[in-house]
Structure formats: structure tokens, C-alpha cells
Design a protein around this ligand. Structure first.
Ligand SMILES: Cc1cc2nc3c(=O)[nH]c(=O)nc-3n(C[C@H](O)[C@H](O)[C@H](O)COP(=O)(O)OP(=O)(O)OC[C@H]3O[C@@H](n4cnc5c(N)ncnc54)[C@H](O)[C@@H]3O)c2cc1C
Ligand SMILES: *[C@@H]1O[C@H](CO)[C@@H](O)[C@H](O)[C@H]1NC(C)=O
Length: 342
């Protein structure tokens, strides 16, 4: 029997992890990734790689919990594996602080050792009145994406680096198309509920810093500043500009980041700046993970969409990729049955 052909659009954390899961679940198929940008040039490469559900719109909480739990299990397993050093996968502990009272976050019982901060801890940070301390897991995405890509190719996966302007271009060539274009879903499939939330970060060398810090002022869904220490570098961030599609670096944002983060943590003043990055978070009314049958001239194209992960693409990726692969398998079986009836 002819091998079934599957195409995955996108080589960010969603495209790559989906492609790998599909190879596992549908070993009788050929998987091709088509992507305009590859690591280190995707949005996923800009990510802090931090496990924490954030900016996910009104995605049902039970979905967030199940996708993020599957990803938590995967990331903590990597952090304990011999691959940890290559991937910069590690557990990190720290603070989420605010001048106003925060609701208990959805993930409080998924992370480790979640507790309220005490007065003594609070006194170290100016203007802070409330907060939590917990342990989570992180990964260096710029190391993780090449690792996923290598495994994908080892299992026979193909990659085409090119841009497509419409899904119709793939008509007739693939049994199933998996659509993981991140924020560009707005252009590619005209989904107006996808909005960019622009981020800019500074990566610094500050190996003495071991504790993460996030400070939120108004809406806990928006962070005013964060400092995430990774296995090798520390990320300073907090820029979250809704509706801004500008990928250029801005000095004014860098000054804001530097001033806010060094005020919170004066120990950062002597850190060495390594690089500035800008990325657009693919925020949507809710994560889109579903099958669509797009009508074409004489048949229909089966598309599995997986995009709109906002500030949580890394946090949700493994759970979402599993679900994508299950949907692909279901649709392939359906096609087989239909074809055998002809
Ligand atoms: C500053 C910042 C910090 C973040 N920190 C975190 C964090 O700590 N933890 C967390 O969980 N999340 C974080 N995020 C969010 C996370 O980065 C995103 O949710 C995630 O990267 C989305 O992954 P993706 O694979 O869907 O999209 P992307 O990484 O954007 O990949 C999209 C892929 O699709 C391709 N593509 C798109 N359109 C086309 C087309 N027409 N033709 C061909 N190819 C196409 C692109 O070239 C690319 O390969 C952060 C984001 C930013 C900006
Ligand atoms: C990433 O972008 C840079 C600058 O545009 C380019 O030189 C490089 O080839 C790109 N890398 C890949 C893997 O596409």
C-alpha cells in the first residue's frame, strides 16, 4: 500500500513536536515539515522556555490543565535525564509578586512546593505586598528545537524551507495537513481572532542568579517584568504589547527592561548583556486545536489546526502535540475506510 503523506506547516515548538508525535503514532506515513523560518529564527526561539500557563485567552481550564500536565511530565523527565545539560532543562524556584492581591493561579497544584510568600521575603522587593513562591521547570528552546529536529530527521522526516501563501498550494499532495504557523495563522488562514502580543527580551550572563522573579502590577495575566535564570543564561523580559506586530528591536523597550529588572534585582547591574531578541506571541481568543475539512474544487482538504498558544507555547506543546497526532491517526483511518469502500 502507498504510504500516506502528511505535511506539517511550521518548525516552531508546535510544528516540530507534532511532527515527532505523528511519526510515532502513524509509523506507516511520510511526514514533511514545510516552514519559512527554522531555529534559531522562530518565535519559539525567543521564548524563555519557562513552564507556566500564561496569556491563553479563554481556553477551557480543563484543556490547559491536561495539555500543560502532559508537558510538565515530559519536561521534568528531560530535566532528570542525561540530556538535561544539552537542553538546558532544569527545575527552577522563585517568586511571583504583586502590589495587589492575586487569585490562586490555575496551576498552583501542578508546580512543586507552591506557597504564599512571607513578610521577610517581601521586604526585599520594593512595592510588593502579595505573592507566591514555587518550583517549576524550564528548557532552553534554542537547544531543544535542534534536538527535536534531529530526532525528526533520524526517523525519516523531510524538511522544506519555504513560505506558502495559502493552504490551497498543498492541495492534492498530502492526505492530511497539520497547521502550526504560530502568530502567522492570521495571514495564512485569515483567522482574525489571532492577535500578536509583542515581546522583547535581553539575555544576560549572571550565573550567580538562581531564583526566578516575576512582578505583575495590574492584570496578573500581564507581567510587568520577569527574570528567568536558565542553565546558561538569564532572560530579562516583561514587554507585552497587544496588537503590535513590529519585529524590530526597540531601544526604549530595552531601557525599560534594564531599569525595571535592575531595580528589582540590583545584583543584575553587573551582568554582561549577550543578546536582545524580539518575538510575537500568538495570542487567540482560545487555543485552536481541531480538524477542519476545507472544501476545494472537487474534494476537500483535511487540516488539523494547532495554533494560538499565546504566552504558553512551550508550556502546552507536548500535550497538544499528542492530541494532534491522535487526530491525525483518526483521520487517516477514516480516509482508509472511505477509500476501501470505493
Ligand atoms: C518574549 C517571549 C517570551 C516567551 N516566553 C515563554 C515561556 O517562558 N514559556 C512558554 O510556554 N511560552 C513562552 N512564549 C510563547 C511561545 O514562544 C509561543 O507560544 C510559541 O513559540 C508558539 O510556538 P509555535 O510553534 O506555535 O509558533 P512559532 O514558533 O512562531 O513557529 C511558527 C512556524 O510556522 C512557520 N510559518 C508560519 N507561517 C508560515 C507560512 N505561511 N509558510 C511557511 N511557514 C510558515 C514559521 O516560519 C515557523 O517555522 C514566549 C514568547 C515570547 C515572544
Ligand atoms: C536565521 O536568520 C539569519 C538572519 O536573517 C540568517 O542569516 C540565517 O541563515 C537564518 N537561519 C536559518 C536556519 O534559517
Amino acid at each position: 500500500m502507498k504510504k500516506q503523506q502528511i505535511c506539517v506547516i511550521g518548525a516552531g515548538v508546535m510544528g516540530l513536536s507534532s511532527a515527532l508525535h505523528i511519526q510515532d503514532v502513524c509509523p506507516e506515513s511520510d511526514v514533511t515539515i514545510i516552514a519559512d523560518k527554522l531555529s534559531p529564527n522562530t518565535t519559539s526561539d525567543v521564548s524563555g522556555g519557562f513552564w507556566m500557563p500564561h496569556l491563553v485567552g479563554s481556553t477551557p481550564p480543563e484543556k490547559i490543565r491536561s495539555w500543560s500536565q502532559a508537558t510538565w511530565d515530559h519536561m521534568t523527565a528531560l530535566a532528570h535525564s542525561k540530556e538535561a545539560s544539552e537542553l538546558g532543562a532544569c527545575l527552577v524556584s522563585g517568586y511571583l509578586l504583586s502590589p495587589v492581591k492575586l487569585d490562586l493561579p490555575l496551576y498552583w497544584d501542578q508546580v512543586l512546593g507552591f506557597r504564599d510568600v512571607n513578610q521577610e521575603e517581601m521586604a526585599k522587593f520594593p512595592g510588593v505586598k502579595f505573592g507566591f513562591f514555587f518550583t517549576t521547570v524550564m528548557i532552553e528552546v534554542r537547544c531543544y528545537l535542534p534536538w527535536l529536529m534531529k530526532r525528526f530527521k533520524e526517523k525519516g522526516g523531510k524538511v522544506q524551507q519555504r513560505r506558502i501563501s495559502s493552504l490551497n498550494e498543498l492541495s492534492g499532495q498530502y492526505d492530511i495537513v497539520v497547521n502550526c504557523p504560530g502568530v502567522e495563522a492570521r495571514q495564512l488562514v485569515g483567522d482574525k481572532s489571532v492577535e500578536s502580543v509583542r515581546g522583547q527580551i535581553i539575555r544576560v550572563k549572571a550565573p550567580w542568579l538562581k531564583t526566578f522573579l516575576m512582578v505583575t502590577n495590574k492584570n496578573p495575566d500581564f507581567l510587568d517584568a520577569y527574570v528567568f535564570p536558565g542553565a546558561r543564561k538569564v532572560v530579562l523580559g516583561g514587554i507585552e504589547q497587544v496588537g503590535d506586530w513590529d519585529l524590530h528591536h526597540r531601544d526604549v523597550d530595552r531601557e525599560y527592561l534594564w531599569k525595571t529588572c535592575t531595580t528589582l534585582l540590583p545584583c543584575l547591574q553587573n551582568s554582561e548583556i549577550v543578546k536582545d531578541w524580539t518575538g510575537l506571541r500568538p495570542v487567540r481568543t482560545s487555543v485552536r486545536l481541531e480538524v477542519e475539512y476545507i472544501p476545494l474544487d472537487d474534494r476537500s482538504m483535511t487540516v488539523v489546526h494547532c495554533y494560538g498558544h499565546g504566552g504558553s507555547g512551550v508550556t502546552l506543546h507536548w500535550g497538544c502535540a499528542k492530541e494532534v497526532a491522535d487526530l491525525v491517526k483518526r483521520e487517516l483511518n477514516q480516509r482508509r475506510r472511505n477509500l476501501s469502500k470505493l
